[in-house]
Design a protein around this ligand. Structure first.
Ligand code: TRP
Length: 332
């Protein structure tokens, strides 16, 4: 059995980048509920300035969208992180395993801490310890593979280091996980700033397509996408021509095509943009429709999450209990 675990943070509306880069691949892994765990990692949304009502709303929406995208409770365990206490229980033991220096070296910490400082909010301590909680998310389930985006490489590496260190010090307790990246890595870039990732928080508004955007909105954003300066025509060259290449990547991701080959079929940006817009609208349509149905019955979604948390807890409990014993804590 190859158990996989991944998480999505409810800090913003889920984007096309989340869908093409991650969620769609999760749906394609045809597995059993005890093999594939997907988690709305709500505790991680509290590491920066947050609005309680918004986190609540986004957590519910993320779970509903994951179901709408095709994650089914028959094939995976979908749950909310804060519903399973084992994550925070284990995080403390891992804080006693990690070092201060190790966490201050994290690239994302440095970036986000600088942002928080600049906006005068103060840096929450949880922003520093966040990768330890993420390691707990992973290690509590004896996870073997963690499908993530490239930006999470360093965090998964930390989870590995902590697992190895804990096992060496106290005896074998944790499975050592590794990060995996989707074979066709659809790295979706911002339509206005094609050198940065299309992110749910921090992206440019008009350059980010959200999974729930109405078709007209999707069209408008694509038609206004930047296509690099000068008129080099439609060529696939992610380094020199990031704007056009991003559009070709999107089309390729939607049509299972090859971006360089697709480029040959276009002489102008207008036609390319129209095709990209059509393709995105069609890819997102079924998800949007299913989301509307599911959102009309929140009790059904809550039931899935409750059952998911029950299953997750049953898997994590013995692992975390074992860690409590091996590290030197008395059995209650
Ligand atoms: N840190 C991840 C992100 O920002 C989200 C996350 C939290 C996660 N816990 C995880 C991903 C465990 C994989 C496994 O995208």
């Amino acid at each position: 059995m190859t158990r996989i675990f991944s998480g999505i943070k409810p800090t913003g509306h889920l984007t096309l980048g989340n869908y093409l880069g991650a969620v769609r691949h999760w749906v394609a892994t045809d597995q059993r509920p005890d093999e594939a765990l997907f988690c709305v990692v709500d505790l991680h949304a509290l590491t920066i300035e947050h609005d309680p009502a918004r986190v609540r709303r986004l957590s519910r929406q993320a779970a509903t969208l994951l179901l709408a995208a095709g994650l089914s409770p028959e094939k995976c365990t979908l749950f909310v992180q804060s519903h399973v206490d084992e994550h925070t229980r284990l995080a403390y033991l891992l804080e006693c395993t990690a070092t201060d220096g190790e966490l201050r070296r994290m690239i994302q910490y440095k970036e986000k801490a600088a942002q928080a400082q600049a906006s005068g909010d103060g840096v929450r301590l949880s922003l520093l310890t966040y990768p330890v909680l993420m390691a707990a998310d992973i290690l509590a389930y004896e996870t073997k593979e963690v499908p993530v985006g490239d930006d999470q490489r360093q965090h998964v590496e930390l989870a590995r280091d902590l697992a190895v260190r804990f096992n060496q010090r106290y005896g074998h307790t944790f499975t050592v996980p590794k990060a995996t990246y989707p074979a066709v890595a659809a790295r979706v870039m911002d339509l206005q700033e094609p050198t940065s990732k299309m992110g749910k928080s921090g992206g440019t508004g008009p350059g980010v397509v959200f999974m729930l955007d109405e078709p007209e909105v999707v069209r408008k954003k694509v038609m206004r996408a930047v296509t690099d300066s000068g008129d080099g025509g439609v060529v696939y060259d992610p380094v020199e021509r990031p704007g056009v290449s991003n559009l070709l990547d999107l089309l390729a991701a939607c049509t299972d095509g090859d971006p360089a080959l697709l480029a040959e079929g276009y002489s102008g940006y207008g036609a390319l943009k129209r095709d990209v817009a059509d393709a995105l609208v069609e890819v997102l349509r079924p998800v949007r429709e299913r989301h509307a149905e599911l959102a009309a019955d929140p009790a059904a979604v809550e039931k899935v999450l409750r059952e998911g948390a029950g299953r997750a807890r049953a898997l994590a409990r013995p692992v975390v209990d074992r860690a409590y014993r091996t590290i030197g804590l008395l059995e209650p």
